[in-house]
Design a protein around this ligand. Structure first.
Ligand code: C2O
Ligand code: CU
Ligand code: CU
Length: 483
């Protein structure tokens, strides 16, 4: 059945929502809670909340205004199903997703499943935006491998404010290949949504971009995890899995552990890497995900380890929140107890099929014109109804993304995943955690990234855009039609 505007009545819809609240929670991922938890003291740390998890076989999802986030009454948030962050949506390869969406916001919106391989009508393209009070029905088969995906609004000109007010969540796909690895689960599987916000409860969720924000992308000085500032998590002496999503506006994180111990990366945007990768630090641009393991068995009880973002040189931003500042992201406190030793990981995690030789090549130039305040791809600003590129279904192509500006641009494709071939300029390498399948790739200033891409599943119009949310809202987006 094709997805499309829902025809059922509002009353039936609200009954469905009540049904979800009553019965469909799947309490497997860590402890529950949401971001109404306050740090115990000003400047103090807040326990990292874990959003409730729901299956999406038959889900009612409602976006609407809700109470305050951190700081309670001051300001207000917008939430999916009343939760901050939104519920974690669970599905498995081979199943059918059916989601009835209702917009109770005061403005138009549409939900996009970032990284999901779905038909055009279920993709959340801005042209499908639904007005306040209206509904939209999503239905699609889950045809992809296990991966850490996410969902967020995608209306033209208005994505950033909606994400900022709290509309964002994880979408997790599972499959047998991942099950066979017996990765850490339950409380040892940690979902971490990274965002930077104002360190002020009255302003943290207010969206009020300055002129500099519209140019560089919004940057603020305090890292929030799952919508609380300065998160802390107590861990047992065992191996943990961290599934990390950069859901910020513009912030680039350079992840590392404070004690210098290595991170073991097992997956990224599109699921498992071919093999585990041990590294000291990893870059995470907006929209990208990393799936990594950290073993706390050797740490003494009481040890505190900080997951932080290392400082780096980058243009963009001024003052205390500029791009590239050092940031504390998540404090990890080792609890007392017996150390648990987990079996070694297999040397091979997964296989990445080759895409073959490219039949064509295209380039995309990302340019920010500071004086004019414009953010363009190939000189174009987004037109919701204009088709900018046409690519035949099933054809492998080489796409070259060139950043001709002094700002980072995280480049994202809907409707497919791609494989990174090379990066020149800037950091000048393809990093080991960028193997496998990606849907977003970070272009730091003056970098060129070449990827192999093939749209294999659905015809239709899918966006290609910069995932800096201010750039995206100002039109740094094109329409790709798969023919
Ligand atoms: Cu995460 Cu087009 O978006
Ligand atoms: Cu997307
Ligand atoms: Cu950009």
């Amino acid at each position: 059945m094709p997805a499309g505007p829902a025809s059922h009545t509002r009353r039936r819809f609200l009954q469905a929502v009540a049904g979800v609240a009553a019965g469909a929670t799947i309490p497997q991922l860590g402890s529950c809670g949401d971001a109404t938890t306050m740090p115990s003291a000003p400047g103090g740390r807040a326990p990292l909340p874990t959003p409730a998890a729901y299956a999406i076989a038959d889900l009612a999802l409602v976006a609407g205004p809700a109470g305050g986030g951190w700081g309670g009454a001051a300001g207000s948030t917008w939430r999916y199903n009343g939760l901050l962050p939104g519920p974690t949506l669970l599905t498995r390869r081979g199943s059918q997703a059916r989601i009835q969406f209702l917009n109770q916001l005061p403005e138009q919106t549409i939900v996009h499943w970032h990284g999901a391989l779905v038909p055009e009508a279920a993709d959340g393209h801005p042209r499908f935006a639904v007005p306040p009070g209206a509904a939209y029905q999503y239905e699609f088969p889950v045809i992809q491998r296990a991966a850490t995906l996410w969902y967020h609004p995608h209306p033209h000109h208005a994505t950033a404010g909606q994400v900022h007010r709290g509309l964002v969540g994880f979408l997790l796909v599972g499959d047998e290949e991942e099950d066979a690895l017996a990765l850490p689960s339950g409380p040892r599987e940690v979902l971490l949504l990274l965002q930077d916000r104002d360190d002020d409860p009255a302003r943290a969720f207010e969206y009020d971009p300055t002129a500099a924000d519209l140019q560089d992308g919004l940057l603020r000085g305090t890292a929030f995890g799952n919508a609380v500032p300065r998160p802390t998590l107590t861990v047992s002496r065992a191996r943990y899995r961290f599934r990390i999503l950069n859901g910020s506006h513009a912030r680039v994180y350079h992840l590392a552990l404070g004690d210098g111990s290595p991170l073991t990366v097992i997956g990224n945007d599109g699921g498992l890497l071919p093999a585990p990768v041990g590294i000291a630090s990893a870059w995470l641009g907006v929209g990208e995900r990393l799936d990594l393991l950290v073993d706390f068995a050797d740490r003494a009880p009481g040890t505190r380890v900080m997951l932080s973002s290392l400082p780096f040189d980058a243009a963009g931003g001024e003052g205390p929140s500029r791009q590239g500042i050092a940031m504390d992201l998540l404090e990890l406190v080792v609890a007392p107890g017996e150390a648990r030793s987990d079996p070694a990981l297999p040397a091979v995690l997964s296989a990445t099929p080759g895409l073959g030789a490219p039949a064509a090549e295209r380039s995309f130039e990302f340019r920010s014109e500071h004086a004019a305040g414009r953010h363009l791809i190939n000189g174009l600003s987004f037109d919701v109804h204009r088709v900018d590129e046409r690519i035949p279904l099933g054809q492998t192509e080489r796409w070259i993304f060139r950043n001709d500006s002094g700002l980072p641009h995280p480049v994202h494709l809907h409707g497919t995943q791609f494989q990174i071939e090379s990066r020149s300029g800037g950091r000048n390498e393809v990093f080991p955690w960028e193997g496998g399948w990606k849907d977003t790739t970070l272009l730091m200033p003056l970098e060129t990234v070449s990827v192999l891409v093939r749209y294999e599943h659905y015809r239709g119009v899918f966006p290609l855009h910069c995932h800096n949310l201010q750039h995206e809202d100002q039109g740094m987006m094109l329409n790709v039609e798969v023919t």
